[in-house]
Design a binder for this molecule. Structure first.
Ligand code: ADP
Ligand code: ASP
Ligand code: MG
Length: 814
């Protein structure tokens, strides 16, 4: 004896049913075969909707009924040759008429009981099973149709009836013993109570029907044919890189399904497990694929967990109060109250202080649960021994499941730290004493992210996906995208990181795509987006709630720097090439650093000083390893260095500045560089990173720029510099006469910072500094006389982009 069950999508239409027929045909002929079928996909929901319309006295229930009838008639017409259609067509009509009579009754009475609901939904499986039986017979496979209500006996708990196994086994055995047929077709999901009133086994219950029959008949195998090739490591609708599980134990399958893996209806496992009947999950649409076998043996795949699942629409009920401590019987009364109201408890946790008990129940039971618990404890509540029950909504449970968990330590640590890193806050935790599952209650809005994070943590041997949002697509932004394209394979191969750009923005437009923006064609991609708007930009990044999210600010925009805090506190890392935030008032800088700490995100801005040079990184390494920064001497403006290296009097000072701007070394507004303000920002950032609470006003600036150059537009600025050529020439000549070079130097010494133009002689570390190079001399406890020196190109789009890139990798790597 073998039992095969085909689900709603497997029998959704004639085309699919033909596939089912092929599968049945190819089954062993030497053993009896029982085929259990669901209703045509979507029909159960449609029947419920129809009944609800009728109950609401809405005439459109008739249209809905017609839709149901048409769907079945069409299926018959597409499935069965015309000559053989008439019998089954009239059967379909008869069943639909019966459904209509009942709906008319509901409409007139405006009343829909649980019992009538069961009757209505039963037509779905009755119709599908009759049609498939007719098809099999028409194909020449002699099939006996049997009404499940004649063999499966339940109590009268409509909607979720409890099976009477003794009576069911007896009736099932009697029927099959008496029948000479070798192929049977039976509607799933439906049964009858001892008065022959129709009942159902709960949504998704056809799996259970098949398992009940397999157990009663001691079948050699139960096959559940559905639309996926077996049980996967997570719900394929939520995770892209799911992996197939070839073999799983009954217990694991039970836990996974109990915690939401819809692929099997939870009660299904129990009857077959008792009899040791193997269960195969197979794909109707890819019958040659292996599928998953559920059986007794542990799977010994070496991995610590088998799968991850989730249930939405959970509410958490917490009973708290000092009066609970040390007094036995509180939990008994709590669970009794819930059980008496037929409320199923999905999860339980109790603090070791005994000060609170927390239970998770289905959302629809929430109001009832609160009512019965409050009633059960009304004396204690009145006397302030316990607080009125607290109800928290919009929650979900994520669970990791695996028999092997007990042999591996650190699983829960891994689970919670991965969730924590991604800002998923955990409301309650439960671990069964079997150590086969760990479940956590989280906000429903976090479920997709959480499942993906956990999947990556436990199963992803391939790569970690980083979701990147970029603002700014100017020189640096574009260079960065080029580098990203070029490094893609390397990052995958060597670092196992896949950076997916999921949002891009410039000053005009913003465009998001969770599947990845085509960055090679970002110009046309961004056209698909909407007008850039900072508030929407921020809220979109937040609401996408993607794991391993990083925001890269490749602009010099003041406003963008105001959103960092909102992102950091959602555990979204911020990589800024923009210096505004790190050089804003100290309290804001500090706040951002603190937020990053608190919410496990990163706030990185290496390129704020010296473009791609490892200056802040070096400083941090020194501090982290216990060194102390005593003094910094630096040339930090690529622009000014370029300008003074190239200004020899042959061309005007203004034209050298223009050349620096044209070659992409200056800030968008070159006055920021020329005034020395940009250098002030940089030395302040270094001082702050060294532990100094410094503000811009604390830095002295010995500026060489005449006042007249610093007002008006950028064009005015160039014109004014031309006029002041004599001033610049004088500075140059004085240096030349002394045999010295001009360098714009920044220093930080014992808490004081200063910037200004200096003449340096040949002995100076700054004398041989060419082009747009920067240099920083670190005088520390460990490097007291001879400083640690970092030197190299300190400006330019490509090196800046590479610094941004490095920060993104740093943020992504942990
Ligand atoms: P049927 O109608 O055949 O009973 P269901 O829709 O009830 O099919 O169950 C199959 C679906 O279960 C799959 O399409 C998939 O979306 C979902 N599912 C959820 N979790 C898992 C998982 N861990 N492995 C496989 N499928 C899963
Ligand atoms: N048709 C029922 C439902 O949709 C039972 C099943 O498909 O298993 O819930
Ligand atoms: Mg199902």
């Amino acid at each position: 004896m073998q039992v095969l069950k085909f689900g709603g999508s497997s029998v959704a239409n004639a085309e699919n049913i033909n596939k089912v027929v092929e599968i049945i045909k190819n089954k062993k002929a030497d053993t009896k075969t029982v085929v259990v079928v669901s209703a045509l996909g979507g029909i159960t929901d449609l029947l419920l909707k129809t009944a609800a319309l009728a109950e609401a006295n809405d005439e459109s229930y008739k249209t809905s009924l017609q839709e149901i009838e048409d769907k079945h008639l069409e299926t018959v017409k597409n499935l069965i040759p015309v000559q053989q259609q008439s019998g089954v067509l009239s059967l379909v009509k008869t069943i639909c008429n019966e459904a209509e009579d009942i709906c008319n009754g509901i409409f007139l009475l405006r009343e829909l009981s649980a019992r009538t609901k069961d009757r209505i939904v039963s037509y779905g499986e009755l119709l599908s099973s009759q049609i498939i039986a007719a098809k099999l017979n028409a194909t020449g496979l002699v099939t006996e149709w049997k009404d499940a209500r004649k063999i499966i006996v339940t109590d009268s708990n409509y909607g979720m009836a409890v099976v009477d196994f003794a009576a069911t086994d007896k009736k099932t055995a009697a029927f099959f013993d008496a029948s000479a047929s070798s192929l049977f077709i039976i509607p799933g999901f439906i049964a009858a109570d001892k008065n022959s009133i129709t009942t159902t086994l709960g949504r998704g219950g056809s799996d259970y029907t098949a398992a009940i029959l397999a157990a009663a008949l001691e079948a050699s195998v139960l096959e559940i044919w559905t639309d996926v090739s077996g049980i996967m490591t997570a719900d394929p609708r939520l995770v892209n890189n799911i992996k197939h599980i070839p073999q799983i134990s009954y217990q694991e399958a039970m836990e996974l399904s109990h915690f939401g893996a819809k692929v099997i209806y939870p009660p299904t496992i129990q009857p077959v497990m008792k009899k040791g009947i193997p269960v195969w999950i197979k794909n109707t649409f890819a019958p040659d694929e292996l599928g998953t076998v559920i059986k007794n043996e542990a799977t010994a795949t070496g991995t610590s967990i088998q799968g991850i699942s989730s249930i939405n629409k959970i509410v958490l009920l917490s009973l708290e109060g000092s009066g609970m401590v040390g007094i036995p019987g509180f939990s008994k009364r709590l669970f009794e109250a819930l059980a008496n109201a037929f409320i199923n408890v999905i999860l339980i946790t109790q603090g070791s202080s005994e000060h609170s008990i927390c239970v998770g129940v289905d959302e629809h039971a929430s109001a009832k649960a609160k009512e019965v618990i409050d009633a059960a404890f009304d004396y204690e509540i009145e006397t302030n021994k316990v607080d009125p029950i607290i109800v928290e909504k919009e929650l979900s449970i994520v669970a990791i499941v695996g028999d092997n968990m007990k042999n591996h330590s650190g699983i829960s640590g891994k689970m919670f730290s991965a969730l924590g890193r991604n800002g998923v806050s955990i409301r309650a935790i439960a671990q069964g004493s079997s150590e086969r599952n760990i479940s956590a209650v989280i906000a429903t809005a976090d479920v997709k992210k959480a499942i993906n994070v956990l999947h990556e943590e436990f199963f992803e041997t391939t790569y970690k996906q980083v979701n990147l949002f970029i603002a700014g697509l100017g020189n640096v932004g574009q260079k960065f995208l080029d580098q990203l394209i070029q490094q893609k394979q390397f990052l995958l191969d060597k670092l196992r990181i896949q950076i997916r750009v999921v949002g891009i923005a410039n000053s005009k437009k913003m465009y998001f795509n969770e599947d990845g923006v085509d960055i090679a064609n970002w110009q046309s991609e961004i056209q698909k987006g909407e007008a850039m708007n900072l508030a929407d930009f921020t809220s979109t990044i937040q609401s996408k709630n993607l794991r391993n999210s990083v925001f890269a600010d490749v602009t010099a925009n003041d406003e963008l720097a105001t959103i960092y805090g909102d992102l950091l506190q959602k555990s979204i890392s911020v990589v800024a090439c923009n210096k505004v935030a790190a050089s804003s008032p100290y309290v804001y800088y500090k706040k951002l650093k603190d937020l990053a700490n608190e919410f496990n995100s990163h706030f990185l801005f290496e390129t704020n000083v010296g473009a791609g040079l490892p200056i802040i990184g070096t400083l941090k390494d020194l501090l982290h390893s216990g060194d102390k920064i005593n003094r910094l001497q630096a040339v930090l403006s690529g622009t000014l260095n370029f300008v003074f290296n190239n200004y020899d009097g042959s061309k005007s000072f203004a034209s050298v500045v223009k050349q620096a701007q044209d070659e992409g070394y200056t800030e968008p507004d070159p006055r920021l560089d020329l005034s020395g303000k940009d250098v002030m920002r940089k030395i302040m950032i270094l001082a702050r990173e060294s532990g100094e609470q410094m503000e811009m006003e604390d830095i002295s600036n010995n500026s060489f720029m005449p006042e007249s150059c610093m007002t008006g537009s950028v064009a005015d600025f160039y014109a004014a510099m031309e006029k002041e050529e004599a001033h610049f020439k004088k500075i140059l000549d004085a240096a030349k006469a002394a045999g010295k070079k001009l360098k714009f130097v920044a220093s930080y010494d014992n808490g004081k910072a200063a910037v200004g133009l200096q003449q340096v002689d040949e002995q100076s570390d700054f004398y041989h500094l060419y082009g747009k190079d920067n240099v920083v001399l670190f005088y520390t406890d460990r490097y007291p006389e001879q400083p640690l020196v970092v030197k190299g190109a300190g400006a330019g789009a490509a090196v800046t982009a590479s610094g941004v890139f490095a920060d993104i990798i740093r943020a992504a790597a942990n």
